[in-house]
Each structure stands twice: as C-alpha cells, then as structure tokens.
Design a protein around this ligand. Structure first.
Ligand code: HEC
Length: 166
C-alpha cells in the first residue's frame, strides 16, 4: 500500500511538472472576431445551402433549380461542413460569450449543418430545401439573444447577404 501511494504521488508530481512547462495546447489563433466569422465564413456557407435549391413562379411559369453536377453537390456539402466546423470556432475561448447558452446554440447550428450534410451526401434536393429552415432557425435563435440592439444590424443584413439572412 505504501509503495502504491508513493508511486501515485511520484506520478502526480511528474504530471504537475509537465503541466508547468508544457504549452497549454495547440497554438490556436483566434484573431478573427465573431463578426468576421459571421460575415466571411458562416453567412457565405449558409448561402451555399440556401441558394442550392429553389423554385420561382412568375408570369413566365415555374423555374426550379437544384444541384445536378458533382461540383454543385460538393458546394452544398462544403457549405454544410463549413457550418459544422464553424460551430467549433464559435465555442473557442475568446469567442464564446458564455459557457452555457452560447455553447448550446453553437451546437444547434452544428446539428442543423450535420443534417444538411447528410442530405447533400444523399443528393436529396427536397431534404436540402426543407432543412434550410432548420438552418435559418439555428441562426436566428442565436441572433435574437446575442445580436440585439446593434445599430449596424440592418446594414449587415443588407450588405452581407442581400437581405435574406436572419
Ligand atoms: C452562437 C451564436 C450565433 C449563431 C449560431 C449564428 N450567429 Fe450570426 N451572429 C452572432 C452574433 C453575436 C453576431 C453579431 C456580431 C457582432 O456584431 O459582434 C452575428 C452576426 C451575424 C452577421 C452580421 C455580420 C456583420 O457583417 O456584421 C451575419 C450576416 C450573420 N451573423 C449570419 C449568420 C448565419 C447565416 C448563421 C447561421 C448559419 C449565424 N449567423 C449563426 C451569433 C451567431
């Protein structure tokens, strides 16, 4: 028993010594602010999935579009995958506004992105279209809580996404 405790103490001090010397983790760079991520990663990613499938009915009749080529499907998968990974970026130390609600809302965006990715892998245009609403809600739920009373909000919506973003 004695030796066992001795060993544990010795092991613990080795760990402590390493912790003091070693860096705390990979040298993540978090210079990009939440706003920069939104404007240059999250919003363009959402546009790729939102714009991929649609129908417009006007005097000339019905115009429907959906991905047809491998390249067009890749662009939907790319948008969805970017959204999933952007969730991780939003949860990083300097970006997370809190450790509770913000984390859950970031995860909700990742969940919506994951379903979207699967639909794109299955090349199921109807599902991509339907899931667009889940993505929209995931964005909007966070914006209602954390992007409020911002005088620039209208401008950002106009300039960043042609008026279509939440
Ligand atoms: C976890 C929270 C969260 C989620 C999820 C989120 N956003 Fe945001 N978003 C914010 C916050 C906070 C701001 C305001 C940032 C600021 O001005 O500092 C913002 C700002 C923006 C802006 C304005 C950027 C600018 O140029 O000022 C756009 C566009 C945007 N979000 C799009 C989206 C879209 C599209 C989604 C979903 C695919 C999304 N966001 C999901 C928190 C979130």
């Amino acid at each position: 028993m004695r030796t066992k405790i001795g060993l544990i103490v010795a092991a613990a001090s080795v760990v402590a010594a390493c912790a003091a010397d070693a860096p705390t983790g990979p040298p993540f760079r978090t210079d990009a602010t939440v706003r920069m991520l939104m404007a240059n990663l999250v919003d363009p990613a959402a546009d790729l999935v939102w714009d991929a499938v649609g129908t417009i009915v006007d005097v000339n009749g019905e115009n429907h579009w959906e991905p047809e080529t491998e390249e067009q499907w890749l662009s939907v998968r790319y948008g969805a995958m970017s959204m999933i990974e952007a969730g991780n970026l939003l949860m990083m130390d300097t970006r997370a506004r809190d450790q509770d609600q913000w984390i859950r809302l970031s995860e909700a965006m990742m969940d919506a992105g994951t379903l979207m990715f699967q639909a794109a892998e299955d090349e199921d245009a109807d599902r991509v279209f339907a899931l667009g609403e889940d993505v929209y809600n995931a964005c909007n739920n966070c914006h209602m809580l954390y992007w409020i009373d911002d005088a620039d909000r209208g401008r950002a919506i106009d300039s960043a996404s042609g008026g279509a973003a939440p």
